[in-house]
Design a protein around this ligand. Structure first.
Ligand SMILES: *[C@@H]1O[C@H](CO)[C@@H](O)[C@H](O)[C@H]1NC(C)=O
Ligand SMILES: *[C@@H]1O[C@H](CO)[C@@H](O)[C@H](O)[C@H]1NC(C)=O
Ligand SMILES: *[C@@H]1O[C@H](CO)[C@@H](O)[C@H](O)[C@H]1NC(C)=O
Ligand SMILES: *[C@@H]1O[C@H](CO)[C@@H](O)[C@H](O)[C@H]1NC(C)=O
Ligand SMILES: *[C@@H]1O[C@H](CO)[C@@H](O)[C@H](O)[C@H]1NC(C)=O
Ligand SMILES: *[C@@H]1O[C@H](CO)[C@@H](O)[C@H](O)[C@H]1NC(C)=O
Ligand SMILES: *[C@@H]1O[C@H](CO)[C@@H](O)[C@H](O)[C@H]1NC(C)=O
Ligand SMILES: *[C@@H]1O[C@H](CO)[C@@H](O)[C@H](O)[C@H]1NC(C)=O
Ligand SMILES: *[C@@H]1O[C@H](CO)[C@@H](O)[C@H](O)[C@H]1NC(C)=O
Ligand SMILES: *[C@@H]1O[C@H](CO)[C@@H](O)[C@H](O)[C@H]1NC(C)=O
Ligand SMILES: CC(=O)N[C@H]1CO[C@H](CO)[C@@H](O)[C@@H]1O
Ligand SMILES: [Zn+2]
Length: 572
């Protein structure tokens, strides 16, 4: 009831409420994590050894002393100690770089260097290369201006860097604009459907946040339908959804964009229902500088380069934290896979695959899959050489978050690919989901199928018509009682995690540290990833198994836009 009144007192009371709720929610997350960790601390890996969360390896070349000198398959070579040693190194890198490994920070550069040095020292038979790409550097300049004109009366909205007191704020990667007038149009529904944007051309489109799509996706539609400017407003659905929020659009965004409070947005919506409303906008940004980030890949020298298995994950974190689960866990899983495969190849006791394996760590996933999209785009230019063309890629396996504290053993559900995904790529992806599932069942482990909508670095490969799959231990989803019971039944009493709690309460937060990793779940996930690579590598005719009816030359659709994993952007 308070929400419909626009008095400043009411707003003030609400904002105090917001502040209190934010504090409570942070405290709750910390409490949940500590309960989860307490429970899982009592867990020991299958081999009965207690693993320490605080082991710090003295150098990147250190190897686990518990590793048997000979192993015969890749899954058996996976040891939680190796994985945790690497994560401790990442934690150290973040600690020394302002607690983040986001692109543009020292933490990111050092992550890439760490991977490179480790491979050089421990897997010298792999062919390592880097791929540089530019990232735009967004910085707002001065205070943006927003004025509405209704019935010839101007109203200037207030701007403050204190979001709780501001009517609006800027949006990262907004375009620059001098003071300009636009007619306002309110986008119906949540603006998740192309149909919602039919009439926005030439106008400032006002859209509410939320619904079944990300803010960045709404931004893509606004650009596609030729809006002239874009205004988001918060949805007021809860008391934490009132103030404006700094979100980001894709680097390719061309529109000036702002984010309004719920109250300011409602005011414009109500006015637009009765009258023609115009707005005036001014947004300045610092000069468009850019900086360079690097993808890094490591290839086996063996195997047909025209039939390559790509195993990838991202190497950056969000700015908010060290990103040890997201996605240090996937990053380091791939490093261990690459190293252990190279060692097996060198041991002489292991049949080399017919297919070349390319391990890649993508940059800038967290700002919209920028590194993997860049790679896919390069791979379809006419200058791409054999072995580096999209058509040389048989499959992309993606490992993003694998060690969530209240984890699920999640398998991308190949059947749930987005409409429009090439059918031949879906068919193969479903086969991979089934193989993963069979492995978890055979090991008497629980499993779940998870989202396969393209919101991680496999997105561009899948959209191009390349089979994709991967594993995911959970982000901001909640564990259900059914899941808890099922996991408890398989893993043992007290080991099913917490029902009603978030799978990773530290998702995109400062607390995503090495303490945020469930070691039992993490080890199983990486073993599953290792099993899959070997299963595919040892197939006699992988191309036919993946594409029984053949496949056209892969191609990234012209209108492809990435769905990053940044689906919580309204909350950040
Ligand atoms: C972005 O630009 C700002 C100011 O122009 C600068 O201080 C900052 O270091 C830049 N960031 C990166 C990652 O280059
Ligand atoms: C927005 O950009 C600023 C730098 O201009 C950066 O500090 C902040 O993390 C960015 N926020 C998001 C959500 O990208
Ligand atoms: C604008 O004027 C119209 C009639 O001219 C009136 O119905 C409407 O309430 C006015 N709107 C505002 C926001 O004052
Ligand atoms: C409203 O503001 C704009 C931009 O500052 C200005 O050009 C215009 O004259 C103002 N209109 C009225 C009625 O004050
Ligand atoms: C947007 O504008 C471009 C260039 O004028 C035009 O080619 C395109 O058809 C327009 N798109 C829509 C959806 O109106
Ligand atoms: C609003 O603008 C449209 C077209 O710009 C015009 O046809 C309509 O008469 C205007 N309505 C009002 C109430 O001014
Ligand atoms: C941005 O670049 C323009 C042209 O190069 C220059 O005139 C201007 O001073 C620069 N602004 C800033 C803030 O560096
Ligand atoms: C890969 O394809 C290229 C051209 O398509 C061909 O020249 C080359 O021999 C192939 N390499 C292998 C290992 O099949
Ligand atoms: C996988 O996705 C399909 C299509 O959305 C759905 O019908 C099926 O139930 C999902 N499978 C599981 C195990 O969730
Ligand atoms: C995909 O599989 C379905 C049934 O599983 C089959 O009908 C269809 O022909 C397959 N499509 C391609 C392109 O392989
Ligand atoms: C999630 C994340 O930022 N990074 C990736 C880590 O893994 C999850 C699961 O795939 C992805 O959603 C994220 O894209
Ligand atoms: Zn993330």
């Amino acid at each position: 009831m308070c929400l419909s009144k626009l008095t400043s007192t009411c707003t003030f009371i609400l904002l105090i409420g917001v502040a209190i709720l934010v504090v409570i929610s942070i405290a709750l997350n910390a409490a949940i994590l500590s309960v989860i960790n307490k429970r899982f601390d009592e867990l020991k890996p299958e081999n009965g050894q207690t693993t320490s969360k605080t082991t710090v390896s003295s150098s990147p070349t250190m190897t686990s002393t518990t590793r048997p000198s000979i192993y015969f398959n890749l899954a058996d070579s996976i040891r939680i100690e190796d994985l945790m040693n690497h994560l401790n190194e990442l934690q150290r890198i973040a600690d020394n770089a302002g607690n983040t490994r986001a692109i543009g920070t020292r933490g990111f550069t050092e992550t890439v260097n760490y991977i490179h040095n480790y491979l050089r020292n421990n897997a010298p038979t792999l062919n390592v290369f880097r791929e540089s790409l530019p990232i735009q550097n967004f910085t707002i300049k001065g205070n943006p201006i927003l004025i509405s004109t209704i019935n010839n009366t101007n109203k200037t909205f207030s701007y403050s860097t204190n979001l709780a007191r501001s009517d609006f704020t800027y949006v990262n990667y907004s375009a620059q604009i001098t003071l300009t007038k636009f007619n306002l149009i309110v986008v119906p529904n949540y603006g998740c459907d192309e149909f919602d944007w039919q009439n926005v051309a030439g106008r400032a489109a006002l859209v509410v946040v939320g619904g079944a799509c990300t803010n960045a996706e709404k931004g893509e539609l606004a650009n596609k339908y030729n809006a002239s400017a874009l205004l988001y407003y918060n949805n007021g659905l809860t008391t934490t959804n009132l103030a404006p929020v700094i979100i980001r659009l894709r680097q390719t965004n061309k529109l000036p964009a702002l984010y309004l409070s719920y109250v300011a947005g409602q005011e414009l919506v109500n006015a637009a229902n009765l009258n023609n409303v115009s707005i005036w906008l001014r947004i300045e940004r610092e000069n468009y500088t850019s900086f360079i980030v690097e993808n890094i890949c490591a290839d086996t020298r063996e195997g047909n380069i025209n039939e390559t298995i790509v195993v990838g994950g991202h190497s950056d974190s969000v700015p908010a934290g060290p990103g040890i689960n997201d996605n240090g866990s996937g990053t380091m899983a791939i490093l261990v896979l690459a190293t252990n495969l190279a060692r097996l190849y060198q041991s002489g006791n292991y049949a080399k695959y017919r297919y070349r394996v390319r391990f890649c760590w993508w940059a800038a996933e967290e700002i919209g899959l920028v590194g993997s999209v860049y790679h896919a785009q390069q791979a379809q230019t006419s200058s791409a050489t054999p072995g580096n063309r999209l058509q040389d890629y048989l499959i992309n396996l993606n490992y993003d978050m694998l060690g969530s504290p209240n984890y699920i053993l999640g398998i991308y559900n190949g059947s749930s690919a987005k409409p429009g995904t090439p059918s031949w790529a879906i068919n193969g992806s479903v086969r991979i989901s089934d193989v993963f599932r069979s492995w978890f069942i055979e090991k008497n482990l629980p499993w779940d199928f998870t989202d396969f909508s393209g919101r991680s670095d496999y997105g561009p490969f899948l959209a191009a018509g390349i089979v994709a799959n991967g594993l995911f231990s959970g982000a901001d989803e909640t564990k259900t009682a059914e899941q808890r019971n099922r996991y408890e039944e398989k893993l043992g009493q007290g080991q099913g995690g917490l029902a009603g709690a978030i799978l990773d309460p530290c998702y995109h937060r400062v607390c995503d540290t090495t303490d945020n990793i469930n070691q039992l779940g993490y080890e199983k996930m990486v073993q599953a990833a290792a099993y899959m690579l070997e299963y595919l590598g040892q197939k006699d005719d992988l191309p036919t198994w993946l594409y029984p009816a053949g496949r056209p030359k892969p191609r990234l659709p012209d209108d492809y836009f990435p769905n990053s994993d940044y689906f919580r952007d309204i909350d950040i």
